[in-house]
Design a protein. Structure first.
Ligand SMILES: [Zn+2]
Length: 359
């Protein structure tokens, strides 16, 4: 009779979340994240998983961000045959993020081969397709069986669409424990997402503290900060580039800009979301209204995903559509804003100003 926990990622460093729970010989993996960072470290870490893939009986996933889900196709490629439990919206987002991850790896490998480096992606589109078939979507607040001796229930973590705290009820025959894994924990009073659920009672708490030494500014300050910077750039005749994470942050930035325009605090802008992934993820949000806040923003998000309803926002849904939309925005007489994936802004030389918004 035994219960044990091991931490293989996101401990003493960030990204690569993988926590292994073992109960009477059954092995449940909490998250299976990709290590992100310098290629020398991340390539090896993402190829060589720290446990035999076929020894894992089931995965329980807190949310869809790649540093928590991005090694699932590698796990499947190396022999994992079990179920991947997650919330229903997380299952929807995995259908966007994992194919995107495979695409980026294939693109990088082609580029590096041209430079004379031998690089093999950790997985390909076929591994992703097999992985997605293993996903089992669940609703919040409904307990389900993971394997013999382990049950789980999802609580809203308020971090991104579908994000969850996982409450595990573990029974090894001699003791019962409630183990709570928070995943990434969100904040209250943001638009669009629901506030996090109250943290349920537990015997053991597993949490990650990437931003644990910082305090969030109030939500109203974020919108005011954005307003001030946009006003200043428009006065200076600049174009505005906003780095934002594709899943979760982009619609919040667009929402704040929409609010400011509606209140006539800033002039009408031409906004280009330079990321088909952001556009599709925002559409998934609109398709999951039950997971959004009950504050009156649902319809704004649904409208924001249809360019005809919010004419000043361009949401390309494919890489092919991006260039023509970009030229349409470029020819607009309105001040222009481009919202881009944060990582791609690092190398951009076209920005006149980068805004950092600590959401
Ligand atoms: Zn996250």
């Amino acid at each position: 009779m035994s219960i044990s926990l091991q931490f293989f990622g996101a401990a003493r460093h960030v990204t690569g979340s993988k926590h292994l729970l073992e109960v009477n010989g059954k092995r449940v993996l909490l998250d299976c994240g990709m290590v992100q960072g310098p290629r020398k470290i991340s390539d090896k870490a993402n190829r060589d998983l720290p446990f035999p893939a076929d020894s894992i009986d089931a995965v329980v996933l807190s949310h869809a961000h790649i540093d928590h889900s991005g090694s699932l196709p590698r796990l499947v490629r190396l022999g994992f045959k079990g179920d991947i439990h997650c919330t229903n919206p997380t299952e929807d987002l995995l259908g966007l993020l994992l194919p995107d991850s495979a695409h980026i790896q294939a693109h990088d490998a082609r580029y590096l081969r041209k430079k004379g480096h031998r690089v093999e992606p950790a997985y390909d589109a076929e591994d992703v397709a097999t992985t997605l078939k293993r996903a089992r979507g669940h609703t919040y607040h409904k307990r389900f069986a993971v394997c013999e001796g382990v049950e789980a229930e999802f609580f809203d973590a308020g971090h991104i669409l579908g994000s969850s705290m996982v409450l595990l009820s573990v029974d090894d025959g001699s003791q019962r424990l409630r183990i709570l894994f928070t995943g990434d924990f969100g904040r209250k009073d943001l638009p669009i997402l629901r506030d996090p659920d109250e943290v349920p009672a537990c015997d053991y708490l597993i949490t990650e503290s990437t931003y644990g030494d910082r305090l969030h500014p109030p939500r109203t300050d974020l919108q005011e900060t954005l307003c001030g910077i946009v006003e200043e750039e428009i006065r200076d005749g600049g174009r505005i580039l906003i780095p934002a994470f594709s899943v979760g942050r982009t619609p919040i930035v667009v929402y704040f800009l929409g609010n400011l325009m509606a209140a006539k605090r800033i002039p009408k802008l031409s906004i280009f979301v330079d990321s088909p992934l952001s556009s599709k993820a925002t559409k998934v949000m609109a398709q999951n209204p039950q997971s959004l806040t009950t504050r009156p923003v649902k319809s704004s998000i649904a409208a924001a995903t249809r360019s005809s309803s919010m004419a000043c926002v361009m949401w390309p849904m494919s890489r092919k559509a991006s260039p023509s939309m970009l030229s349409e925005v470029g020819s607009s007489s309105r001040p222009r804003v481009c919202v881009k994936p944060a990582a791609s802004c690092i190398t951009s030389s076209r920005a006149s100003r980068i805004l950092e918004i600590a959401c």
